[in-house]
Design a protein around this ligand. Structure first.
Ligand code: ZN
Length: 298
């Protein structure tokens, strides 16, 4: 079980950790917030924050203990560490990079089979805050994909914190999160993202509903990856790991997060879908490993 090989390719990784941009930066705007992007938004609302766009959860940051923060490493050092014995299981960053490698392999093969072309997104690790084509982002938005950069951004300390606080636990949950973000990359390659953004501008009242559609499709793509990777042996999945993915999808449901942070639920404000919807979307993709099952029309 697990990955078909232990080779970790860091060539698509931008390691911005230790970049020292500091706190107080603005969150990424309109760039397709990530799988758990809403988490801290809700937290922040609860904590008495306010205006959209300016998230500051400094009180939540600085939680250490995540393994494998390779701050200051060169690409060669990162590669050497991630290719050392047991590194993939030992270090969060190496596991995330390995997941990213296999996700790219699976989508390259699958799109080729379908007569389409896949190009790898890049993967960026940052700490605290970073500048992106979607604006300045803080870790507080959670993992996210920025379409203009074609890049997945992730603060691993913050990811670990979210996993521990919201119950999206387990190694495979991390693969699910990366696969969800790469799902947004597929939406970018397919032009879906652009269509949905246009539809949101044309129908502002549908903004949240359309966002939910986009997020559920990314969950469905993550499920399709899970199935394809298992079938082709890239990343085989045990029943327990499937549960980790389903639990993670449920844990980052809007209703679960709102209940946890504010004690009440406001469906109109949902942007990612409910726990039940997210589990169902992952399951839909996982059932056949067919991205056509994830289609929605805008
Ligand atoms: Zn998302």
């Amino acid at each position: 079980m697990g990955f078909d090989d232990q080779r970790v390719d860091v060539s698509g990784v931008d390691d911005r950790r230790g970049g020292g941009l500091g706190g107080g930066a603005l969150a990424a705007g309109g760039g397709g917030l990530g799988v758990v992007g809403v988490v801290v938004y809700v937290l922040f609302q609860l904590l008495g924050g306010g205006s959209s766009g300016g998230f500051d959860v400094s009180g939540l940051q600085g939680v250490g203990g995540a393994t494998g923060t390779g701050t200051g490493e060169t690409a060669q050092q990162l590669s050497d560490r991630c290719n050392s014995d047991g590194a993939i299981e030992k270090y969060d960053d190496c596991y995330v990079i390995k997941s990213y490698n296999e996700i790219n392999e699976v989508w390259t093969a699958e799109l080729q089979r379908r007569g389409a072309r896949y190009s790898d997104p890049r993967l960026s690790f940052f700490s605290s805050a970073t500048t992106t084509g979607c604006g300045r982002a803080t870790a507080s938005v959670g993992p996210f994909y920025c379409p203009p950069d074609q890049e997945v951004f992730m603060d691993l300390d913050f990811l670990a914190q979210l996993q521990s606080q919201f119950g999206a636990q387990g190694r495979y949950a991390q693969s699910y999160i990366v696969a969800h973000e790469v799902g947004h990359h597929l939406q970018n390659l397919f032009g879906t993202e652009e269509k949905v953004r246009a539809a949101q501008q044309a129908q502002p009242r549908q903004t949240n509903a359309l966002s939910v559609e986009l997020e559920l499709q990314a969950d469905c793509y993550a499920g399709a990856y899970g199935k394809l990777a298992d079938e082709h042996g890239n990343q085989t999945i045990t029943p327990d790991q499937l549960d980790e993915a389903l639990n993670a999808a449920a844990a980052v449901g809007d209703d679960a997060i709102q209940r946890k942070t504010s004690g009440s639920v406001d469906p109109d404000s949902f942007t990612h879908g409910t726990s039940a919807q997210r589990r169902a979307a992952f399951s839909t993709g996982y059932a056949n490993g067919d991205i056509d099952d994830c289609a929605f029309s805008v």
